[in-house]
Design a protein around this ligand. Structure first.
Ligand code: GLN
Length: 249
């Protein structure tokens, strides 16, 4: 919708991962010109939908929930990957899609602890237990990935919900330092508890990430250091795993 960005990077990443993606505008969903049930994967891109007014992602979330909330719940129940990065994660969270039913919120994305828009490369590790990524994303590897957000600090509704996420492998990506250890700012760019960078929902095919795997798909997107150390662009593995999983559905 208006204010979306990263849609081109997302479309390219999905296409180069052997999927056949289409751009869908919120108007097409609202006017029933597109049926989300025809798709195997739903990717909600980042950006500044509706100018981040009220709260990042909420206007997009209300519109999408009103137009296709039940359809998206149906996709999730069928095991189809429903993912959002950055503003897309904010939309997923505002829609309540990370929990077992949409009326029950488990988390929200608050303003970064620094109070600033954090736009730079950070480091993450795969720390999840997830049917899409287990065995595909190596656990001991530190990956470079860009972040660009002001509202990325995860706030769980309670400590027990946070514990539930961490203990059940739902904290799929964790911010780390160059040694692969949990560290504070600037390694954790927003102050999220347990350094959580990305989560899977109650259904583990629902994926919300603050960093942008769609902006780290090609080798040339790595830093000079990353290229020298022969790092792997994490987006390539991430979207490859989603594609392998979705094509088997
Ligand atoms: N890159 C993005 O998607 C930005 C997310 C959101 N607009 C924020 O600043 O928090």
């Amino acid at each position: 919708m208006e204010g979306t960005n990263n849609d081109t990077e997302a479309l390219r990443s999905l296409r180069e991962s052997n999927l056949d993606p289409s751009y869908v505008h919120i108007h097409e969903i609202e006017k029933n010109k597109v049926d989300l049930e025809d798709f195997q994967v739903l990717f909600i891109p980042g950006g500044f939908s509706a100018g981040d007014y009220v709260r990042a992602g909420i206007i997009f979330a209300i519109r999408l929930k009103t137009a296709a909330g039940k359809k998206i719940e149906g996709m999730i129940e069928q095991g189809k990957p429903v993912l959002g990065t950055c503003n897309g994660f904010q939309v997923l969270s505002e829609m309540g899609l990370t929990s077992s039913d949409m009326d029950k919120r488990e988390l929200a994305l608050d303003v970064n602890e620094s109070g600033k828009f954090e736009c730079r490369t950070v480091l993450v590790k795969y720390s999840g237990r997830n049917k899409i990524f287990d065995g595909k994303i190596p656990r001991d590897q530190v990956f470079e990935i860009p972040v660009a957000h002001k509202e990325g600090r995860i706030r769980f509704t309670s400590e027990s919900v946070e514990k539930e996420y961490v203990e059940n492998g739902r904290a799929i990506f964790t911010y780390v330092d160059p040694e692969g250890k949990i560290s504070g700012y600037p390694w954790n760019p927003n102050g999220s508890p347990d350094n959580i960078a990305g989560i899977s929902g109650h259904y583990d095919n629902v994926l919300g990430l603050m960093p942008h795997p769609e902006r780290m798909f090609y080798r040339y997107q790595l830093s000079t250091k990353g290229k020298r150390e022969n790092s792997v662009p994490v987006g390539k593995i991430f979207f490859g795993a989603i594609s392998d999983y979705a094509r088997r559905l």
